[in-house]
Ligand binder design. Structure first.
Ligand code: 5GP
Length: 207
């Protein structure tokens, strides 16, 4: 990444990992005015509460594929049967004035790391598989079929988590938020956070 440009942060987690609430709280911190949250394009159907141009730009598959052909995406991936993509020109222009925050899956994180090796990736881990399942059911946004797909996909996502620069364990909201703030606003050493995640925890999540 060009030295004059701002920093790119990537956050990933399995669906139901609690990233939306944490990000909302993160952006309430006064230091977050230097941070811009990217808005992806997706072909997924709008869910209750989703706002066009705030949560996503909702487009159909034909338009999405046209944008792929035109090279409009910095990265894109198929996640849970739908396409999601990060707009190239939007990110490049925002990086001139802001640190940019991307909330994307592990495939996107891997591709962004190739383009921006200085970007920092953060993976949010749930304390248990049961916790994930509970959260997905409790939030009431997904169909039963979608929950099954999301839970199956979670294992793959978690297996990729060790590629991330930072692992944050979301066992306690306030603690996870503090860790996120430390990473983003103070750029602490990644090992501090990895130490809270044992190989036993990862093994249990993948069992
Ligand atoms: P949801 O449908 O729950 O909003 O998001 C589903 C998944 O798609 C999440 O894991 C989210 O991080 C991922 N995602 C959202 N936007 C993008 C994107 O632009 N690129 C990639 N690769 N993944 C994305």
């Amino acid at each position: 990444m060009n030295e004059n440009r701002h920093k790119l942060f990537i956050i990933s987690s399995p669906s139901g990992g609690g990233k939306t609430s944490l990000i909302k709280s993160l952006f309430k911190d006064p230091r977050a005015n230097s941070l811009w949250m990217s808005i992806s394009h997706t072909t997924r159907q709008k869910r209750k509460g989703d706002l066009e141009g705030k949560d996503y730009f909702f487009i159909d598959e034909k338009v999405f594929k046209k944008k792929i052909d035109k090279g409009d995406f910095l990265e894109y991936a198929k996640v849970f049967e739908n396409y999601y993509g990060t707009d190239k020109s939007l990110i490049n222009s925002k990086l001139n004035s802001h640190n940019v925050f991307l909330e994307i899956d592990w495939q996107g994180a891997k591709n962004i790391k190739k383009i921006f090796p200085d970007s920092l990736s953060i993976f949010l881990l749930p304390p248990s598989y049961e916790d994930l399942k509970y959260r997905l059911i409790k939030r009431g946004l997904d169909s039963e079929e979608s929950i099954i797909i999301r839970l199956a996909e979670a294992k793959l996502e978690i297996s990729k988590s060790l590629d991330s620069d930072y692992l944050v364990l979301n066992d306690d909201f306030a603690r996870a938020l503090e860790e996120l703030k430390t990473i983003i606003f103070q750029r602490e050493n990644p090992d501090i956070f990895k130490s809270r995640v044992s190989s036993e925890l990862i093994d249990n999540l993948l069992a």
